[in-house]
Design a protein around this ligand. Sequence first.
Ligand SMILES: Cc1cc2nc3c(=O)[nH]c(=O)nc-3n(C[C@H](O)[C@H](O)[C@H](O)COP(=O)(O)O)c2cc1C
Length: 179
Amino acid sequence: MKKILAFSGSNHSQSINQSLINVAASKVSKHEVTVLDLNDYPLPMYGLDVQAQGFPESATKLRELMSGYDALIIASPEHNGSMPAFLKNVIDWLSRLTTPGNPFFGDTVKPVLLMSTSPGPTGGATNIKTMAELMPWWGGEVKGTYSLGGFFDKYTDGQFDQETDRAISDVINTFEATI
Ligand SMILES: Cc1cc2nc3c(=O)[nH]c(=O)nc-3n(C[C@H](O)[C@H](O)[C@H](O)COP(=O)(O)O)c2cc1C
């Protein structure tokens, strides 16, 4: 049994990507999953001068925590076709605490499932394509991607419609089989 860490790349209190990650995590059945809230690890905006004053405790804690997992599921919002500054900031801090060439996840390459959702039709797929391209550089091996458009048409009272729910189950089943 592998240990999966699941988190969204959002700092929105009503994050729809957090809703997606919560449902996705609830589908994990063959491995152990932990849902992390990145907001519990507040970080200042990365800068070389800020780093020169020392690493924030949240950055070292997060780095240590992540190294204890075998696989990641990330649901990222899309801001202007890219990942939100909030998530990029976390990546930038983590990258300064790991070995060069494998900046995000540390010394081992980890399997990653990339997910996203948005109210719009593409569901954040533009950003997920870019993140998938960058992931090998960050030390992750992308095993699957899933973008859900039209979030508010498909999610009511804390639940996805049947078709969407089934699609998320399929994505998680496939991911679980590859790790
Ligand atoms: C600054 C900004 C830029 C956005 N750009 C996009 C975009 O490029 N594509 C998209 O699908 N949605 C975009 N949106 C809408 C987000 O998908 C929406 O705010 C969503 O709730 C973000 O996910 P979250 O709730 O998990 O943070 C943008 C929202 C903001 C605030």
